[in-house]
Design a protein around this ligand. Structure first.
Ligand SMILES: *[C@@H]1O[C@H](CO)[C@@H](O)[C@H](O)[C@H]1NC(C)=O
Ligand SMILES: *[C@@H]1O[C@H](CO)[C@@H](O)[C@H](O)[C@H]1NC(C)=O
Length: 370
């Protein structure tokens, strides 16, 4: 222990250090945090001004420790939220931080939560050594300017439940190891520069309830294995370059409530099973190259808060069964090649002409009479 090297220090001060040290974080954890702070710059709020003293478990902003071992378990720094430090400064409700995430963070080997989120200016890569933190449950680096790749070994994080890397500049492919994250519930990689395909065995992520991959440059097809995901409630692959047909099996998923495949390059017809799914509340297939008729498969259990099929090559009539749907909130069938009489019924009472804009020959309320 380094205590004996303090013998030049006044006795009272030394005693204070020793008694404090009983409950203090280990010097190695403290040093790892100081190395982290030395490679970050946060000029407005003074967050790192609180990172002083020997005990990094006490009053270091954003740091929490295990009460028994005094090892650092949480690093939680959010630049945009209800966070009190943002409120009390009277600054705008968003912070700004630059610099990089120092790999020294990986020396905190009891870390369960790492949140360095919404600071906009943090650059550099995600340290690949994060994939060797065995207890990590939450990794949330949303809203920075991180670049480079997702660590190849990310799949080692067997306790990880939340992986949020959205709104950065991360490139490369989704590592194939990602499907090994057997505890993962929430995956958000939206709005990055990811290329390549969604791994074919993505459906191995059995615990996943939200898969948000929108706003990248993903190619390939929608993996059929996704239909095997019994807890998936929210799938967003919008604004990518995904091709091929929509797997009909998606219509059989138990809890899928939101399916957003908008702004891709999907072709073929809309599978009847998907449109007729009674669990889907939000379905967005807008801005693809879908063709054929809209399947006439709606019924009294159809309940759509939003149904957006706009900007495709759909033809034929607006299906009559849509008027028997229990609820259709926002409907957009515009910019297709539909033709015929718009059905009447409660789901149509509140719809505006814009829902049917730019088709070939639709007529009836809310458009002109036939
Ligand atoms: C779905 O899961 C079953 C059982 O785990 C497996 O045998 C099958 O290959 C999976 N299907 C797809 C398309 O991945
Ligand atoms: C559906 O997706 C398109 C393209 O991604 C988007 O522009 C549109 O706003 C979405 N529709 C709804 C109702 O959210």
């Amino acid at each position: 222990m380094g205590i004996f090297s303090f013998n030049a220090i006044p006795l009272a001060f030394l005693l204070a250090i020793i008694s404090g040290a009983v409950n203090a974080c280990p010097p190695s954890d403290r040093e790892a945090l100081l190395a982290l702070s030395s490679s970050l710059k946060e000029p407005y709020l003074g967050i790192f001004d609180s990172w002083k003293g020997t005990d990094c478990c006490s009053n270091w902003y954003g740091i929490s420790c295990d009460p028994t071992t005094h090892r650092v378990t949480d690093v939680s720094l959010r630049g945009e939220s209800e966070d009190p430090i943002l409120q009390k400064t009277g600054h705008s409700s968003s912070g700004y931080m630059t610099g990089t995430i120092n790999p020294s963070i990986c020396q905190l080997d009891r870390l369960t939560t790492l949140i360095i989120a919404d600071w906009k200016g943090i650059t550099g890569e995600i340290p690949s050594c994060l994939a060797s933190l065995p207890n990590l449950r939450v990794l949330d680096l949303i809203g920075n300017s991180l670049s480079g790749k997702i660590p190849d070994q990310i799949g080692n994080l067997q306790k990880l439940t939340v992986l949020n890397l959205a709104d950065n500049k991360i490139n490369g492919e989704i590592p194939s190891s990602i499907v090994q994250l057997s505890s993962l519930k929430h995956l958000d990689l939206s709005n990055n520069l990811l290329t390549g395909e969604v791994p074919a065995n993505f459906g191995n992520l059995k615990m996943l309830s939200r898969a948000l991959l929108s706003g990248n440059q993903l190619t390939g097809t929608v993996p059929i294995s996704i239909s095997n995901m019994s807890r998936l409630a929210d799938l967003d692959l919008s604004r990518n370059k995904i091709q091929g047909q929509i797997p009909a099996q998606l219509g059989k998923m138990k809890v899928l409530a939101t399916l957003d495949l908008g702004s891709n390059m999907l072709t073929g017809e809309i599978p009847p099973a998907v449109l007729g799914s009674t669990g889907l509340g939000i379905l967005n297939l807008s801005r693809n190259s879908l063709e054929g008729n809209i399947p006439d498969v709606f019924g009294p259990k159809s309940y759509f808060m939003a149904l957006d099929l706009s900007f495709n090559n759909l033809k034929g009539p607006v299906p009559g069964s849509l008027s028997s749907a229990k609820f259709v909130g926002h409907l957009d069938l515009s910019h297709n090649h539909l033709c015929g009489t718009i059905p009447v019924g409660t789901p149509f009472d509140h719809l505006e002409a814009s829902s049917f804009d730019s088709n070939d020959c639709l007529c009836g309320n809310p458009l002109k009479t036939c």
